[in-house]
Design a protein around this ligand. Structure first.
Ligand SMILES: [Zn+2]
Ligand SMILES: [Zn+2]
Length: 121
């Protein structure tokens, strides 16, 4: 008698959500993904572990973890706004900041998208 058991992480794309990015301050550029682990036995999923909610920002490409309570609310109703306080940043490319307004800017941008300040390279 032997068992074939395995854990496999699954990603569910939930969709675009509204809220402010805690890394760059972009509005409504967030995308919510749920990651859950499934334990399978003989290739049949038996146990599903509670999900983890991850948010990516379409503007600065930072990865944030969303608190699970908020994640469940947003999963039920995509019109729920996420506050920056519900997320913590896991990955951030450390984009340079505009010296005038402090907003993160892309490497290839010559002018700050926030205040129009000319950026020195
Ligand atoms: Zn961002
Ligand atoms: Zn600026």
């Amino acid at each position: 008698m032997f068992f074939i058991a395995g854990m496999s992480p699954k990603l569910y794309q939930i969709g675009n959500v509204m809220g402010e990015c805690p890394a760059c301050g972009a509005q409504d550029k967030l995308f919510l993904v749920k990651r859950s682990q499934t334990l399978s036995l003989f290739f049949i999923p038996v146990v599903k572990y509670g999900g983890e909610y991850l948010v990516t920002c379409g503007q600065c490409a930072s990865l944030m973890e969303l608190n699970p309570q908020m994640g469940k609310r947003v999963e039920r109703d995509l019109n729920t706004r996420i506050s920056p306080y519900d997320m913590h940043i896991i990955k951030n490319k450390n984009l340079p900041r505009c010296p005038q307004c402090g907003r993160q800017v892309y490497q290839d941008q010559n002018y700050c998208p926030g205040c129009g300040h000319k950026l020195e390279r």
